[in-house]
Design a binder for this molecule. Structure first.
Ligand SMILES: [Zn+2]
Length: 258
């Protein structure tokens, strides 16, 4: 059965403190992951390609992998873009359309470090270099807390903002904080997007709702081996039975070998 993995990243940089470490993938580690993707033999796809498959009624590339980034952090331009280009990995960046060139106020007002977001010039540059751009609302709003007029502003108007800014159509959306409800999901569909990414983990099978796509989050602490396991099993966190050494030990204990 056709299945697709969508990877989710936030920051490709050293962490500034412990609070954000989980969201920070070291540039060297990111480069090794992109190198692995480029050589693993699985099809690397963009969300635009997936939208086109759905429009044409054709199946997604089996075992396809898509790479996505949330928030539009400025480190992407310096640290992630070179690796993506060197390894030919397609990617989608979800941006907060009222915060170009500003900072991550939705995080640093909650005790996380302040980080710069890409300017419009940087966004246009990565778009020209092949990165697909999607929206992540205007203000990184928590959508279930909003009324319909506010949902329209954050979801529909952010699409129009970004399209006007880059001079291209915008087809993809990601729910801030991974939070959404039925009204938010339906507003995304009505606004004319082709897909929306959640933060629920798992594979995307052929029958998945395109407005509730699942993603696998890559943590800052993930080794290359753990990254490979995530791709294989389609989960964020490995249960004990996915850890071969532990598994073999348990089997050995049952057989009285150790
Ligand atoms: Zn976000």
């Amino acid at each position: 059965m056709s299945r697709l993995i969508i990877l989710m990243y936030h920051i490709v940089d050293h962490s500034l403190d412990a609070t954000e470490a989980k969201y920070c993938c070291l540039p060297d580690r990111f480069d090794a992951q992109m190198h692995y993707l480029a050589h693993c033999g699985l099809p690397l796809v963009s969300l635009d390609q997936l939208a086109e498959c759905r429009r044409q009624g054709t199946a997604w590339p089996d075992h396809g992998i898509a790479v996505t980034f949330d928030d539009g952090f400025a480190d992407f331009h310096a640290n992630a873009m070179p690796s993506l280009q060197r390894h030919g990995v397609p990617a989608t960046m979800f941006v907060v359309t009222d915060r170009f060139g500003a900072t991550n106020d939705w995080m640093h007002t909650r005790e996380y470090p302040k980080r710069r977001l890409m300017t419009l010039e940087q966004l246009k540059d990565i778009h020209q270099r092949g990165v697909c751009l999607g929206t992540h609302t205007r203000s990184h709003a928590c959508l279930p807390e909003l009324n319909q007029a506010q949902l329209d502003t954050e979801i529909r108007d952010s699409k129009a903002d970004l399209e006007a800014a880059i001079g291209d159509t915008v087809q993809h959306f990601a729910y801030p904080f991974g939070q959404y409800n039925e009204a938010a999901r339906n507003t995304v569909e009505a606004a004319g997007y082709a897909t929306a990414c959640s933060t629920r983990s798992g594979f995307n099978r052929a029958d998945v709702d395109p407005f509730q796509l699942r993603r696998i989050e890559v943590y800052g602490s993930d080794s290359l081996a753990r990254f490979q396991k995530k791709l294989r099993f389609g989960v964020n966190d490995m249960p004990w039975y996915f850890t071969p050494r532990y598994y073999l030990k348990r089997v050995g204990q049952k057989l009285g070998l150790n």
